[in-house]
Design a protein around this ligand. Sequence first.
Ligand code: CIR
Length: 263
Amino acid sequence: MSATPVYRFDNAIVRTPCHWIVDGLRAVDLGAPDYAKVLAEHAAYIVALEDAGVTVEVLPALEAYPDSMFVEDPALVFHEGAIVMRPGAASRFGEAAEIAPVLKKRFSRVLDLAAPGFADGGDILVLGDRVMIGLSDRTNETGAGALADALRELGKNPVIVRTPPNVLHFKSDCSLLDEETVLSTRRLAAGGVFDGLRILFTPDGEEGAANALRINDRVFVGSAFPKTIAMLEGAGYRVVPLATSEIAKVDAGLSCMSLRWRA
Ligand code: CIR
C-alpha cells in the first residue's frame, strides 16, 4: 500500500460543459440531456470537490468537442506526473491536444501515450498497489501496452484487465472506496479482477452507482441510488449524494468530470 492513500487529493481540473453536450456520445438514446441541468450538476460537483478540500481549476468550454466536459478521458494524472492519453472515440480524439498544454503548466513530467493505440482515462482504476487498465471499446491492446510502459516510467505497477462487453469504460462499473475495498457491479467482478480485495456490490438495479468517487474523507455517489447510499453509509463511509441524471443520459458518472491529484 502507498504511504499516502491514493484517494488523497488537493487539486482537480474540470471543464465547463459545452452546449453540444446535448449531442454527447451515448450507447442507448434515452433523450438528450438538458443543458441547464447539466450545468447545475457540474456546478454542484465543483462545490462538492471544494467542500472536500480540493482546489479546482475550471477550464473553459470547448464547443468543438461535445463530450469535452468529461476531462477524465483524455488524460491521467498522479502526484508523480501526467500522461496525455489517446481517446478511443474519434469525436473525442482532439480533446487530448486541448488538455496537454494545461497539464504542462501544472506538472513537471508530462508523458504522451505512444501511438498508434488508444486508451481512455475512464478505463483506468488506481488502487493502492497497482493501476488497472481495462481493455474496452475505447482502450485497445496496443494502447494498454503503451500506457503500461508510461505508467512504469512514473513508478506505477500496471495490470491489464478486461471490461465486460457492453460496458463503456472499466470504471463505469467500479470505483475505489479505500485501499482494500472497491465498489463494483457483479458483472465486472465476476471475471475475478478484484480477487484479494474487499468488494461491495452495487445492489440489483443500481449498477449505475458503481461509478462513484472517493475523495479524501468522503465518497461521491449518484443521488438516484438510495440502496447504494444506504449500503455505503452502513459500511461506515461518509457519502455525498450528487445528482447525475442528466450526465447519465450520455453514459457518464462521477469520476468522469474531473482529473484529480495530490500536488
Ligand atoms: C463518452 O461516451 O465518451 C461520453 N459520452 C461519456 C464519457 C464518460 N467518461 C468516463 O466514464 N470516464
